[in-house]
Design a protein around this ligand. Structure first.
Ligand SMILES: N[C@@H](CCC(=O)N[C@@H](CS)C(=O)NCC(=O)O)C(=O)O
Length: 190
């Protein structure tokens, strides 16, 4: 299988963490892609044109990071990472990524075109959702999505002080920092 990807993407990252955890990473051929360039090759395979896009061995495209995570969970090694409660928590934690990504995209507009109400609204979503985040004792889809979300805040919105909202999550992040799947997929990793 092959994957259109970009290292800084949080959606890509959670799929790649899952690929490492399920021992399928080495079965993927990677195609580094900038979706904002509208690459014809990507559009020909996936009309949505977003990352991650996985192309299965039979040539079928698979879109949406959570779908790709579920696919890796189904074909890979070890216990399932995407049980119902993990999915429930994933859906909540994903809100941090979606709102942070919206803020990053909004940040690319010229100042006079920025929509302050949207920025404040998305910021409040992140604040509420960080406050409500629920890591588990293990490392399932909910945890993969949360570590990706907080890592993305650190990477793209370093001024966002989630650490003051949930100091306990700072320790939680530190406890995961040396985990290979987390470490190898960090957006600023070499
Ligand atoms: N819901 C999608 C979101 C994917 C997404 O928005 N990926 C970004 C990269 S971080 C992208 O490809 N953006 C280009 C675009 O929106 O055209 C998922 O979970 O895979």
């Amino acid at each position: 299988m092959k994957m259109y990807y970009a290292k800084p993407s949080p959606y890509v990252r959670r799929a790649l963490i899952t690929a490492h955890e399920k021992n399928v990473f080495d079965r993927i051929e990677f195609i580094s892609t900038n979706p904002w360039d509208d690459p014809a090759e990507l559009h020909a395979e996936n009309p949505i044109g977003r990352l991650p896009t996985l192309i299965l061995d039979d040539g079928q495209p698979m879109a949406e990071s959570l779908v790709i995570m579920q696919y890796f969970d189904s074909i890979g090694d070890g216990p399932a990472l995407g049980g119902m409660d993990a999915l429930r928590r994933t859906g909540i934690h994903q809100g941090i990524i979606d709102s942070a990504y919206a803020l990053v995209i909004e940040g690319r507009r010229p100042d006079e075109k920025k929509w302050d109400e949207l920025i404040q609204r998305q910021t409040r979503v992140i604040e509420r959702t960080v406050k409500a985040a629920t890591p588990s004792d293990g490392f399932d889809f909910g945890d993969i999505t949360l570590v990706t979300a907080l890592g993305y805040l650190n990477f793209r919105l370093p001024g966002f002080d989630w650490q003051s909202i949930r100091p306990d999550l700072v320790e939680w992040m530190e406890s995961l920092a040396s985990r290979p799947s987390v470490n190898l997929t960090a957006p600023d990793a070499p």
